[in-house]
Write a protein that binds this ligand. Structure first.
Ligand SMILES: Cc1ncc(C[n+]2csc(CCOP(=O)(O)OP(=O)(O)O)c2C)c(N)n1
Length: 599
């Protein structure tokens, strides 16, 4: 018997998959679920990959399940939108070996563009979902999900929320790894796997029957649990809210749902009969509340449980006492708030300093570069979802966002996001004869979610180089006839190339290429220094927005100074100073490094 381990919910999901004998794991990075696939990549006998996007991930994991190997796919909530098309049809094909879909919801949108509630997908696609409350359950429920998947021939969703994904708890490990449930090679089954219209209707009948069987199972399973205490108040809840309920209402009776969908209707009615008043406590939408009310059980919930933002025991209790949703708690006043900032010396500093001079409407996208929307650049006008920059810019352009003979809409997109969902948008731009300029920020990684590999850098998840996509050739193959690569640390050259691209009477692509500084952490070879006597305090260097450039007061006026704990010697502030008061200074006399610093 192994000792218990302290695991995050994500690591525990991975462990549960490993103990279930999972053979194929894939997904797409995104907070809060990134570490599921990352952890799985460290286990022996698990083939783990990052897919290019969530739709591809869902399809390849289903393919592996149909080919007889237990498979798991993980993504964040908005990723499930991207994968929604195969999700709905995977419900119809069913599985051969167990197939588990992990989705991480993000109440309070800590790292997301919305607060959507993925539970609606389970109902819409007629799939069961399990909702663990902590890391131990995360591991145990994944094992249960594989069994459920194979018993009912269905994909099973594990729904997590940020707090469960990232909190660490003691997890008792399985004493032995379950043997691989290898179902052998793919066996054709035309009526099941070839979803043509007639087959689809046949499968729909089967899925409705499966729903009834799953509902009966939900009434039976010990994944759902009644806890009777004081019966004047009965609370129905699931996931992390269970812990909040136990803390805020320690005496209340609780029906804890581990398999909230389909609902255990009979047991729920019996629970309601035994308590005086039934409350439903859930984060985000009133999903359970409407399901339970539709089953004819009188409940109370979203009248006072907040729909917006994460719950805490305190917020839950104060909302209950007030009889109305209370606002999201603000942070601890003794902690100074720290806004997310672009790293010192990042290529994006130079890019947004240039963009802010061009007087363009900028359709942005999702990645570290979204931070260009903030001061001092105010360099982005729209952010919607991954890949939307190019298509939104194309739409704006079509209805006249042009200025004489110059298009004044720019799409800005990272290399990872371009490969995720920007490529079809670029193809559409060419096909529909747009003339938008697309700026691809190639930093050779998926920086925002933790430096994952993607086809643009050709780095595989389990080590080793794979094939690398050539972005210039890809754009040319799509039909872009004007493609230029710029060095973002040369702001003058970047500006003139962008101006040329914008004036070009056709679609154009500028690729800004410089590796993310976090890829290769090394001591700087040179750093910027300010000659305080020459600094006039004009503030032009602050417009670069580098956190290493600081203001300090001397004789009643402000001058610039460089924080040498942060400066990486990128030279952008040097270029921004009209007085020549900032200069690079070498930190080494090693001739090889000196040459490197000049190249
Ligand atoms: C559909 C979807 N999947 C995943 C994410 C999480 N996510 C945010 S930004 C990003 C990729 C950023 O990579 P890149 O475009 O290369 O920009 P970088 O952060 O490197 O600047 C991802 C995966 C998301 N927001 N939406």
């Amino acid at each position: 018997m192994q000792r218990p381990l302290l695991l995050s919910g994500n690591q525990a999901v991975a462990r549960g998959a490993y103990e279930s004998g999972v053979r194929f794991a894939t997904g797409y990075p995104g907070t809060p679920s990134t570490e599921v696939v990352e952890s799985l990549s460290t286990y022996a006998n698990v083939h783990a990959t990052w897919s290019v996007n969530e739709k591809v991930a869902m399809e390849s994991a289903l393919g592996a399940a149909l080919a007889g190997a237990r498979s798991i796919v993980a993504m964040k909530h908005v990723g499930l939108n991207v994968a929604a098309d195969p999700l709905f049809s995977a419900s119809y094909t069913g599985i051969r070996a167990g197939f588990v879909i992990v989705v991480g919801d993000d109440p309070s949108a800590n790292s997301s563009q919305n607060e959507q509630d993925s539970r609606h997908y389970a109902r819409a696609a007629k799939l069961p979902f399990l909702e663990p409350a902590d890391s131990q359950e995360a591991k145990d429920f994944v094992i249960a999900a594989f069994a459920l998947s194979e018993r009912f021939d269905t994909p099973v969703i594990i729904r997590l929320t940020t707090r469960v994904c990232h909190s660490q708890c003691r997890v008792s490990l399985g004493s032995e790894i379950h043997p691989h449930n290898d179902q052998g090679p793919f066996v054709p089954d035309f009526d099941k796997y070839v979803l043509l219209p007639r087959q689809a209707v046949g499968r729909h009948i089967a899925i409705e029957k499966r729903q009834e069987e799953l509902a009966a199972y939900s009434d039976d399973t010990d994944l759902n649990r009644e806890e009777f205490r004081d019966t004047s108040l009965g609370i129905i809840t699931s996931g992390v809210c269970y812990s909040h309920v136990r803390e805020a209402f320690p005496d209340a009776s609780v029906f804890k749902l581990g398999q909230p969908y389909p609902l255990p209707q009979k047991r729920m009615s019996a629970f309601a009969d035994k308590v005086d008043r039934v409350l439903v406590v859930e984060e985000l939408d009133g999903f359970l509340e409407s399901e339970i009310a539709a089953a004819g059980i009188a409940v109370d919930g979203k009248r006072w449980v907040p729909r917006v933002g994460e719950l805490t025991p305190q917020r839950l209790r104060s909302s209950f006492d007030a009889g109305a949703p209370q606002p999201i708690e603000t942070g601890d006043p003794s902690i100074t708030p720290r806004a997310p900032r672009i790293c010192a010396g990042c290529q994006y500093l130079g890019i947004y300093t240039v963009i802010s001079k061009l007087n363009l409407t900028v359709c942005g996208d999702i990645g570290c570069y979204t931070l260009g929307a903030f001061s001092p650049w105010n360099g982005i006008d729209t952010v919607l979802c991954m890949g939307a920059s190019i298509s939104m810019a194309a739409g704006m352009e079509k209805v006249g966002r042009t200025n004489g003979d110059q298009n004044n809409v720019l799409a800005v997109i990272g290399d990872g996001t371009f490969l995720h969902s920007g490529v079809p948008a670029l193809m559409d731009l060419v096909y529909n004869q747009g003339r938008t300029t697309v700026l691809i920020l190639d930093n050779a990684t998926t920086a925002m979610t933790g430096l994952q590999g993607h086809p643009g850098n050709g780095e595989g998840l389990q080590g080793g180089k794979t094939k690398q996509v050539d972005l210039e050739k890809l754009c040319e193959a799509i039909g872009i006839e004007w493609v230029e690569v710029v060095d973002p640390y040369d702001m003058d050259a970047t500006e003139s190339t962008l101006r040329e691209a914008i004036a070009y009477p056709g679609p154009s692509v500028v690729i800004s290429r410089a590796p993310c500084l976090l890829l290769e952490k090394r001591a700087p070879i040179r750093q910027a220094h300010v000659d305080a006597a020459a600094c006039t305090g004009c503030g032009d260097c602050f417009s670069v927005g580098c956190i290493a450039v600081e203001k300090y007061q001397t004789n009643g006026s402000f001058v610039a100074d460089i924080n040498h704990d942060l400066c990486v010697g990128c030279g952008l502030c040097v270029q921004s100073c009209p007085e020549g008061a900032i200069a690079p200074r070498l930190l080494t006399d090693d001739p090889d490094l000196v040459e490197l610093s000049l190249s």
